[in-house]
Design a protein around this ligand. Structure first.
Ligand code: ACO
Ligand code: ACO
Length: 150
């Protein structure tokens, strides 16, 4: 199967939400429906610098089989902004066929047009599957991630 990566659009809401819910199951988390709706609205809003793209299978079904989200932000160690890749998911039935790599490349291509200094992302230290891809397309940083709940 080959895929085409394109920006998410309003008509994708049902298909995107379906994949998003699978991603939430993967993360063993529950995201309230109003948050999901707000996130999708932001991804489609030209005035919000939070972006989404989907992988569409090139067969006749044209199904959405993956998604990525990202946003730029200011950085203290470069004049250029940096881009945070927030979410990445590929339908389990089409994994290992290049969709994940293509989604990351799409983000990198957009980041170059900003132009941003670099793209970065986080993953769970035990997500070895994702890291098999990440070590091929990026460098692992030395940093440890902390989160302080408010
Ligand atoms: N040994 C070595 N390499 C392997 C092995 C293996 N056993 N298995 C897979 N790989 C490599 C493949 O060769 C491929 O590399 P290549 O592009 O050089 O051929 C790579 O792993 C997989 O790349 P893709 O096919 O492009 O990735 P895929 O479409 O399978 O998507 C993803 C990867 C997104 C991580 C998918 O597995 C997924 O959705 N997982 C569940 C959710 C998840 O973990 N999301 C990421 C969370 S982190 C974040 O969101 C920033
Ligand atoms: N065993 C146990 N605890 C220890 C020990 C020890 N041997 N030594 C120090 N600590 C604890 C102290 O008890 C204290 O904890 P407490 O508040 O419970 O008493 C804690 O370590 C130190 O806390 P502070 O005094 O509030 O921190 P400090 O003013 O020393 O600043 C900092 C810490 C910013 C990390 C400083 O050491 C520093 O500037 N380091 C170099 C730069 C650096 O590492 N910056 C952070 C990079 S990551 C980032 O920027 C997001």
């Amino acid at each position: 199967m080959s895929v085409t990566i394109r920006r998410v659009k309003k008509e994708d809401e049902e298909a995107w939400t379906n994949l998003w819910e699978q991603y939430n199951v993967f993360y063993k988390r529950t995201i309230p429906i109003e948050v999901t709706k707000k996130t999708f609205e932001r991804l489609c809003d030209e005035n919000v610098r939070m972006y989404g793209a989907v992988a569409v299978d090139n067969s006749s079904q044209q199904q959405i089989v993956g998604f990525v989200t990202w946003y730029p932000h200011a950085n203290t160690s470069s004049i250029e902004e940096v881009v945070y890749l927030n979410d990445l998911f590929v339908d389990p039935t089409i994994r290992n066929k290049g969709a994940g790599r293509a989604l990351i490349e799409h983000v990198a291509d957009h980041a170059k047009t900003i132009p941003a200094h670099h793209v970065y992302w986080l993953t769970q230290h035990f997500n070895h599957r994702a890291q098999l891809l990440y070590t091929k397309v990026a460098n692992k940083s030395d940093y440890v991630h902390y989160m302080k709940s408010l």
